[in-house]
Write a protein that binds this ligand. Structure first.
Ligand code: URA
Length: 242
C-alpha cells in the first residue's frame, strides 16, 4: 500500500508536487471515484488510477549507475553494442533509458532511469549540471588550459567556461580532469581539438555530484542509493535557470 501522491510521482509522469496539486484539484480517480486526498493509501498492484482522464500505471521510478565499457553505444535501440544489453531483461522492461550519451570509445559513469521528467531536467543545458571527465592527451600547455577554461569557440557554439586540473602539473601534463556543465556532441574532444590538442582517452568520473562507484568494473551497474537520488533531485532543481 502506498500514498496516492507517491503512486502518481512513481509513475514518472508527475513530480510529487504536481501529483498533489492534481489530486486536490479533483483530477484523479481511484477505482472510478474522484479522490482529493493525496495521503489516501492505495494498493499499487490492484488499484485503477486515472489522472486528467488518462490511466496511470504503477511504475516505480528507478535509478542506476553503469560503468560504461568502451565499444558500447548509449542507445535504447536494439543493437548488439547497446548499453541496454548490460542490464537483465526484467530491468530492460521497466522503461530504463540512458541519461545522456557517451561516445562509443568513452568509458565511465552513465546514469539510467525510467523517470522521464527528472532526466529531461538533469540534461537541460539551463540546469548547468556538472560532468567531470578524466582525460589523457599529449602534454597540455598552460596556454591551452587557459583557452579551454575560458570558454572556447567551436564551429557551431561557444563552450561555457570550465575547469581543467592536471594530475601533476610539474611531472605529468598528460592526465587530468575537466569539469563542464554542458553535454554537446563530442564536446570534450572538439574542445581539445580547438586548442590544438587531442583526446587519447576519456572517461566520465562524476555526474551531477555523483561519483562513479570505484567498486564497479567496466560493464557493471548498481542501483543508486536513496541519498544519491536525493542529491540528483537537489542538483537538478537547485541549479537554476539562466
Ligand atoms: N565529450 C566527448 O567528446 N565525448 C563524450 O563521450 C563525452 C563528452
Amino acid at each position: 500500500m502506498i500514498r496516492l501522491d507517491k503512486y502518481l510521482s512513481d509513475s514518472g509522469l508527475f513530480s510529487r508536487r504536481e501529483a498533489s496539486r492534481l489530486i486536490r484539484a479533483g483530477a484523479v480517480t481511484v477505482d472510478g471515484s474522484p479522490c482529493r486526498d493525496p495521503a489516501r493509501k492505495i494498493d499499487e498492484g490492484a488499484a485503477s488510477v486515472t489522472a486528467n482522464g488518462q490511466p496511470v500505471g504503477y511504475a516505480r521510478v528507478r535509478w542506476f549507475m553503469l560503468h560504461k565499457p568502451a565499444d558500447t553505444v548509449s542507445t535504447t535501440e536494439e543493437s548488439p553494442k547497446s548499453v541496454m544489453n548490460l542490464f537483465p531483461p526484467e530491468l530492460r522492461r521497466i522503461g530504463l533509458f540512458p541519461c545522456g550519451r557517451l561516445d562509443l570509445d568513452t568509458t565511465g559513469l552513465l546514469l539510467f532511469t525510467n523517470d522521464g521528467p527528472a532526466a529531461h531536467d538533469l540534461l537541460s543545458p539551463k540546469k548547468h549540471c556538472e560532468k567531470r571527465y578524466r582525460f589523457t592527451c599529449p602534454p597540455l600547455s598552460d596556454e591551452q588550459i587557459r583557452r579551454l577554461e575560458g570558454g572556447i569557440a567551436l564551429s557551431d557554439f561557444t563552450a561555457k567556461p570550465c575547469r581543467v586540473a592536471l594530475d601533476d602539473p610539474l611531472a605529468d601534463r598528460e592526465h587530468g580532469t575537466i569539469t563542464v556543465t554542458e553535454g554537446k556532441y563530442h564536446q570534450i574532444k572538439r574542445m581539445f581539438e580547438a586548442v590544438g590538442s587531442e583526446i587519447l582517452a576519456l572517461s566520465r568520473v562524476e555526474f551531477a555530484g555523483i561519483p562513479l562507484d570505484p567498486a564497479l568494473a567496466p560493464g557493471e551497474w548498481r542501483e543508486l542509493t536513496p541519498e544519491e537520488i536525493a542529491l540528483l533531485h537537489q542538483n537538478h532543481t537547485a541549479n537554476g535557470e539562466e
